[in-house]
Design a protein around this ligand. Sequence first.
Ligand code: FAD
Ligand code: 2HG
Ligand code: ZN
Length: 467
Amino acid sequence: VARGDEGRSPRALTAELAAIVGTDHVLTDPDLVAGYVVDWTGRFRGHTPAVVRPKDAPEVAAVLAWCRQEGVALVPQGGNTGLVGGGVPLAGEVVLSLRRLDAVAVDQIAGQATAHAGVTIGALQRAASDGGWSYPVDLGSRDSATVGGTVATNAGGLRVLRYGPTRAQLLGVEAVLGTGATISHLGGLQKDNTGYDLAGLLCGSEGTLGIVTAARVRLVPPPRDVAVALLAFDGAADSVAGALALRRTLPALSAAELMLGDGMTLVCEVTGVAPPFAGSGRPLRSAAYVLVEAEADEDAAGALGDAVAQLPGVRDVAVATDPRRATELWRYREAHTQAINSLGAPHKLDVTLPAAQLAPFVDEVPAVVARAAPDATTWLFGHIADGNVHVNITGVAPGDLRVDDAVFRFVAELGGSISAEHGIGTAKRPWLHLNRSQGELDTFRRLKAALDPDGVLNPGVLLPPLR
Ligand code: FAD
Ligand code: 2HG
Ligand code: ZN
């Protein structure tokens, strides 16, 4: 098992790493290191002897080779927007920041892009758009989250129901494995049945098997016409039923996002934005909202309007007739993460439920939380048409795991998953057995041993410690 910073003189470590990447790219000054050792929420805080910033795959390979030789553990880091404590050095690991690998090239003929690990999703989207295409993975952290990080976590986001998660866009990767081998498969062939899908394996492996240095991704034609509407319902059950029905009645559906009255009120208070449905005052606690987006060749608004008109239980509709209003409606949803964080670091339990269990889950989970921690507050929102609910819990100490345990067990009882899209990281390791059999966990360990034989890559992430 690799160690963190214990047992080695910091000066020697820094000098040896500087010989690989240059003195300017080994950060040790506490002010410079500060942003790399704590996660976006503030719940997970670690420490590190150094942040190392290689410029390309050969330098990544050289840093990894040094870590293996010295038995020093490292944590790969992209935009540090991960929400499960997987990208920060909780046990004093060296941080390997991939942000300097920021080249991106669009192949307009193929409709594909090769993006290096440190390219942000926003930059990839802009490059795709400049080339007449679109990169369909989109998430609120787009201006910080990187290609490497989204591959490592198999990030989902706002349009999974139409385009799939990151793994569905991936045609190949370049990566440095824990064995020291650099593998590269960036040719972008649409059809290529030549053995194991290593890109698919690295996708979602959370930096435990290899360091992704570049990815070849497929692009999609940009949507010609987009319509957005915010629907209000009287309660969660109606809103869930409505979102699920739209998947069938509105083939153009590209996003369906749940919000509840409490979350909407908080967002309006924190951002200063006026509540939706002017004149109806403060949202009711029992209100539920679904933000709906449709993409079509033409008349997306017409298709959306027809489908909504047939939907039972809709109490109010706000339609965006121009892009500015569409952005305003999206803001109610996208501001949830920031608004909840303003109350203190939450516990984030990103879960998926089978469709039939979604409404009962949304109704019952606040009581499950209250039984585990009576002072806690539960916030629910998420990608409801994917069955994905973001359960956020505030008013609980970072290390108090009672609510996590209660919610994950409830999810497992209902046949759901403890991680829809954020991954396991360090936060959910103790509960992986709820979703994965002993045989699967044994297979995970064999893969880990084969691809990271020295155990230097993210040793605290994903796999629970052996008892
Ligand atoms: P980091 O946070 O730096 O790292 C995440 C994990 O990947 C860590 O385990 C790290 O060690 C590993 N890693 C990073 N780079 C590499 C690499 N090059 N090679 C190997 N391993 C690596 N997630 C969603 O899925 N959907 C959403 O809708 C969504 N919305 C978000 C909104 C906000 C406001 C925030 C703050 C986060 C959101 N996230 C969402 C979570 C987060 O943005 C994603 O998990 C994203 O994929 C993380 O990318 P990153 O570059 O920040 O990775
Ligand atoms: C989102 O969908 C992200 O906004 C973050 O996945 C969810 O803050 C969260 O819990
Ligand atoms: Zn999400």
